[in-house]
Design a protein around this ligand. Structure first.
Ligand code: FMN
Length: 299
């Protein structure tokens, strides 16, 4: 039996991982018999004033915290009394140090607005900064998303309470991570437009912070960048390049559709036998927790 009937999902997404998770969750909740609406957090969003009995907030982890745009959205939320909320973070590395406190700040803001946070969870999608995880992890993460979402939907709708205990050191990392906001503004202002720019305006239409305008037909960047990397990876002619912090951008690019369509050769190996290295151990742990090894042929 569902304990909620009317659910609102609000999500922020840069390169599409969190958007895919939010849309999959919406479909799963609707299939379970609830009304569920979706609100995208972006500079041009339209907030609906429809009543709901559960708010689910989803965001990508940016520097061990929620992106600044999520805090801006939370600050603008109407104060409410005793409505439940769930907070789902989407990371590249999983629920490991230094990520474990990434939901603390947004949960505090929700409490201030009168929400009662009853559920929190970390999802993992292929990392869109610095480096992709080794194969076959990116492909398996996308394939495993519906399994994780099914679990979340079941937990939430049946009233399971789930709260994590962040590591104290990660609370510190999460606070330090807020410096990323200023770093993002600096990064965005310095994005370079190469000669092969076709002036198509894709970046202008798709920037979630409204940071890009066409001036004399050329994309021009202001200082509102959210550091989401959507423009750089999504540019149809690959004409945008970082002017600073180049290490943040994955040199081969980042496209979830491409990852999902090309199963790597080792995607059939049993998950427990895969050597992924220390840095990606949280991703392996996440996949094992979803029992994806049962789906890729091992026992
Ligand atoms: C600027 C930036 C900072 C990030 N910081 C973290 C981090 O601290 N921990 C982590 O696990 N992943 C981090 N990531 C990776 C994203 O959380 C991850 O790829 C997520 O799936 C992206 O979601 P999106 O596609 O909806 O934007 C970061 C990505 C960016 C662009």
């Amino acid at each position: 039996m569902n304990i909620y009937s009317n659910i609102k999902i609000a999500y922020y997404s840069g390169t599409g991982g969190t958007e895919l998770a939010a849309k999959t969750l919406q479909n799963t909740i609707i299939k379970a018999g609830c009304v569920c609406t979706l609100e995208r957090i972006a500079f041009d969003m339209k907030t609906s004033d429809r009543k709901f009995d559960l708010l689910i907030l989803l965001f990508p982890v940016h520097a061990f915290n929620a992106p600044h745009a999520v805090y801006q959205w939370l600050d603008g939320l109407e104060t409410i009394r005793n409505v439940n909320a769930a907070v789902i973070s989407v990371s590249g590395a999983g629920e490991v140090c230094p990520n474990t406190a990434c939901r603390v700040g947004s949960m505090k803001r929700l409490c201030k607005k009168g929400y009662h946070v009853v559920y929190e969870r970390m999802l993992v999608m292929p990392s869109n900064w610095v480096s992709l995880p080794p194969n076959p992890l990116p492909y398996l993460l996308i394939k495993a998303l519906p399994i994780a979402i099914e679990q979340i939907s079941h937990d939430i709708l049946s009233g399971i309470i789930k709260k994590s205990s962040p590591l104290w050191i990660d609370r510190l990392f999460s606070k330090l991570g807020k410096l990323e906001t200023a770093g993002g503004h600096y990064f965005g202002k310095r994005i370079k437009v190469l000669e092969n720019c076709t002036k198509c305006g894709w970046c202008v239409k798709n920037c979630p912070s409204g940071n890009i305008v066409l001036q004399n037909g050329m994309p021009t960047f202001s200082d509102k960048c959210h550091f989401c990397l959507k423009c750089i990876y999504g540019c149809t002619s690959k004409a945008l390049q970082p002017g600073t912090c180049k290490f943040v951008v994955i040199p081969e690019g980042y496209c979830l559709q491409h990852i999902a369509q090309r199963p790597p050769q080792n995607s059939q190996l049993p998950m427990k036998d895969l050597k992924v290295g220390f840095f990606w151990s949280g991703v392996k742990k996440y996949l094992l927790s979803l029992n994806t090894h049962q789906h890729d042929g091992s026992k």
